[in-house]
Write a protein that binds this ligand. Structure first.
Ligand code: SF4
Length: 258
């Protein structure tokens, strides 16, 4: 089976590299793909399906969509598209939107609470569909933006793991698009004629001011110095603990104790 385009070949190569670098998918895995209907989750599902048909290992896919219950959400399009492609899918209707209205303080940013609630639903569904991995559509831009957000506003040096075992040890969350840029994911979803579906939440598209600023900053830097973004991504895999100030990584020498 050949790739349909040079873009698909590039995204498949980057995704394969991530799978190998971080041992994201193993023989016999059943991978549950979190499918919001946004561009990133479609790109992830599409490329994993392409790789599944070419890979020397056997794994299966099931797309899971968590409907937060907002009016106008086009879960019918998720259903129709998955069926047209022969993708196994499941749509879970929830009241996350209403729950958030009850729990959120006025003027609070909803996305982190929303992500926590959705993560809980995904973990429950992973057990129901017997998934061994939960794949999320975060891409390279998400990784570098998160790193800068934590650096500038969180006082910590951290991004996101490409592979995360949950605290309960029961779930493995993977991010196979770590090397794929947001522009590539967007173009791939468009090229694959997959319908980009808005979540219909009142905050949709209204990224926090801090994230918007970071996005703008990276875009400006990238215009002035092409390659800045990929340098930042490489930096996340090239940490030099001895050149940092964390005393947990660099314990004081024993003679200091005397
Ligand atoms: S934009 Fe809406 S649906 Fe998306 S994470 Fe934020 S609160 Fe949740």
């Amino acid at each position: 089976m050949s790739y349909r385009s040079s873009l698909e070949a590039r995204i498949a190569r980057k995704t394969t590299k991530a799978i190998v670098d971080f041992a994201l998918i193993e023989d016999g895995d059943r991978v549950m793909v979190g499918l919001s209907g946004g561009k990133d989750s479609w790109a992830l599902l599409q490329v994993l399906d392409v790789l599944r048909q070419r890979a020397p290992i056997t794994f299966s896919l099931v797309a899971v969509n968590v409907d937060s219950g907002y009016d106008g959400y086009r879960h019918d399009l998720i259903k129709a598209t998955c069926e047209a492609h022969g993708w196994e899918y499941r749509i879970e209707h929830t009241q996350i939107g209403a729950v958030m209205d009850d729990l959120l303080e006025p003027n609070a940013t909803p996305c982190s609470l929303c992500a926590r609630l959705r993560r809980g639903v995904l973990y429950r569904l992973a057990e129901q569909v017997a998934a061994t991995k939960i794949a999320l559509g975060h891409h390279a831009d998400d990784f570098v933006e998160t790193a800068l957000l934590n650096l500038f506003f969180g006082g910590s040096l951290k991004a996101m793991p490409a592979r995360l075992v949950s605290d309960s040890q029961q779930h493995v969350v993977i991010r196979p698009l770590v090397y794929v840029s947001e522009d590539e994911a967007r173009a791939y979803t468009k090229e694959s004629c997959l319908p980009i579906i808005g979540c219909c939440c009142p905050a949709c598209g209204d990224l926090s001011l801090q994230r918007q600023r970071i996005k703008r900053l990276i875009a400006e830097l990238e215009r002035e110095h092409p390659g800045v973004k990929s340098s930042m991504l490489r930096a996340l895999g090239n940490v030099m603990p001895r050149h940092l100030l964390d005393t947990r990584l660099n314990p004081r020498p024993s003679f200091c104790e005397q």
